[in-house]
Design a protein. Structure first.
Length: 288
C-alpha cells in the first residue's frame, strides 16, 4: 500500500494546532496528523499528515495559505521493509565499556563490553541519538574515573538505557522514572530483557514527583536526558535530590542552549565538569 506525506512549517503553536485540526477534515482523510515544535529556538512548528492515497494538492495549498504556513511538501514514500531497514540502519553502538545493541546483533556483543539490549521498535533512546550516546560516554568517564555512584536515578528515562547501564556496574538498585506511561512500559520491557528486574525500578512520575524517588534521595548521580525547558525547570529539584559531591548528567540540549542551562544550574549549586558535543547536541556533566 503506498504512503504519501505532506509536511509544512508555520510560526507558533496555536497556528500549528489549528492547521493540524484542519488537516483532519480533508478528503481523502489522512491516516495520521502530527504537530511538533522544531527544537532549535526558532519558534517554528512542523505540521504533517500521512495518506494512503494521493492527497488533494489544491486543498492542501488552500489550507496552508489560510493558516499562514509554508506550502506543503508532498512526497510518496517507497514500499519499505521497515524491520529490515531498522536492523540495517541501527547498528550496535559502543560508548566506552558499554555496547548498545538489538537482539538481531546479539552475536556481535564483544566479550569485554557490557551489553545493553534495546529493541529499535522501542525507540525512546536507542543509544544512536547524540543525547543518549553523550550520556553513556559521560557516565563511562565517571565510572572509569572512580566516582562513587551507589545511588542513581534516571529522570525522563525513556528506554531506561541509562538506568540499566548504571545497574550493570553496581549491585545497588537504580530508579528510572518517566512522565509518559508508554515510556515506562517500554522501560519495564527492556529491564526484563536485560535480566535486571528488581535492580532497576521503573516509575511513572513528573520529574522527582514520586514518593519512592523522594524516599531514596539524595542521589550520587542523576541522569536527565530531556529538553532544555524541562531541565531548567527541574534545576531546584535537582539540587535538592542530588547529594553534596554528587553528579548530574544532563542532555537533550541543543548546542546553542548549553550556556543557559549551565548558568541556571550554577545558580543552583552545580559546577560544570565536562561539556561534550555530538553533532547538534550537548551533554553536560555537573558536580554539586
Amino acid at each position: 500500500m503506498p504512503t504519501f506525506t505532506a509536511f509544512t512549517k508555520t510560526k507558533g503553536k496555536p497556528t500549528a494546532e489549528a492547521l493540524g485540526e484542519a488537516l483532519e477534515t480533508l478528503i481523502p482523510e489522512p491516516t495520521g496528523v502530527g504537530v511538533f515544535e522544531i527544537e532549535d529556538g526558532s519558534g517554528l512548528w512542523e505540521v504533517g499528515a500521512y495518506f494512503t492515497e494521493a492527497p488533494d494538492e489544491i486543498a492542501l495549498a488552500l489550507l496552508a495559505k489560510a493558516n499562514g504556513a509554508d506550502d506543503f511538501v508532498i512526497s510518496e514514500l517507497p514500499e519499505t521493509d521497515w524491520v529490515a531497514k531498522v536492523r540495517r540502519d541501527l547498528a550496535p553502538v559502543e560508548a566506552g565499556q558499554f555496547f548498545v545493541y538489538g537482539a538481531h546483533d546479539a552475536d556481535k556483543l564483544p566479550a569485554d563490553k557490557i551489553g545493553l539490549l534495546i529493541e529499535a521498535a522501542m525507540a525512546f533512546g536507542t543509544g544512536h541519538h547524540g543525547t543518549t550516546l553523550g550520556c553513556l560516554r559521560a557516565f563511562d568517564r565517571l565510572v572509569t574515573g572512580g566516582a562513587a555512584l551507589d545511588n542513581v536515578a534516571d529522570i525522563g528515562c525513556g528506554t531506561a538505557v541509562l538506568a540499566m547501564a548504571a545497574a550493570k556496574v553496581s549491585d545497588k538498585v537504580v530508579y528510572a522514572s518517566d512522565i509518559d506511561e508508554v515510556a515506562v512500559d517500554v522501560a519495564l520491557s527492556n529491564v526484563r530483557a536485560n535480566d535486571l528486574e528488581g535492580r532497576v525500578v521503573c516509575l511513572e512520575a513528573a520529574g522527582f514527583n514520586h514518593e519512592t524517588l523522594a524516599e531514596n534521595a539524595p542521589y550520587d548521580l542523576v541522569f536527565a536526558n530531556i529538553l532544555k525547558g524541562p531541565l531548567i525547570a527541574l534545576a531546584p529539584d535537582m539540587a535538592r535530590h542530588t547529594a553534596k559531591g554528587g553528579f548530574a548528567i544532563l542532555s537533550g540540549i541543543l548546542n546553542p542552549q548549553a550556556d543557559e542551562v549551565i548558568e541556571v544550574y550554577s545558580r543552583n549549586g552545580f559546577n560544570l565538569l565536562h561539556r561534550d558535543e555530538i553533532v547538534d547536541w550537548t551533554t553536560l556533566t555537573l558536580s554539586r
